[in-house]
Write a protein that binds this ligand. Structure first.
Ligand SMILES: [Zn+2]
Length: 101
């Protein structure tokens, strides 16, 4: 089973990103348990949102592409559409029901 990244919507994570796995998302480079760490659990959705905003502003690049050894195992799909990917995230709403919008 694969998990979806709550930051960028990439659905190729091996472990549940809610469980401080220290897995790095091949797409946005978020390291779960590190990049998304917050002092209080209730602050995590805002942290994830900030990471997403940064990734989008940085041009939605496929993170693993910049490392040749990683890119070998984390292939960017040929018809990859980062906008569609991040939009799919909003539909499923990963932020544990706390959606004030
Ligand atoms: Zn990601």
């Amino acid at each position: 089973m694969k998990y979806q990244c709550p930051v960028c919507g990439w659905d190729g994570l091996d472990d549940n990103p809610d469980h401080h796995t220290f897995e790095i998302c091949a797409c946005c480079g978020c390291e779960f348990g590190y990049s998304d760490a917050t002092l209080y659990p209730q602050d995590r959705p805002a942290r994830l949102e900030l990471l997403r905003k940064d990734w989008i502003e940085y041009g939605m690049k496929f993170w693993a592409d910049q490392f040749s050894d990683l890119a070998k195992y984390n292939k960017k799909p040929d018809n990859w559409n980062p906008k569609e990917q991040v939009n799919s995230l909003k539909k499923t709403d990963v932020n544990t029901g706390d959606n004030a919008a």
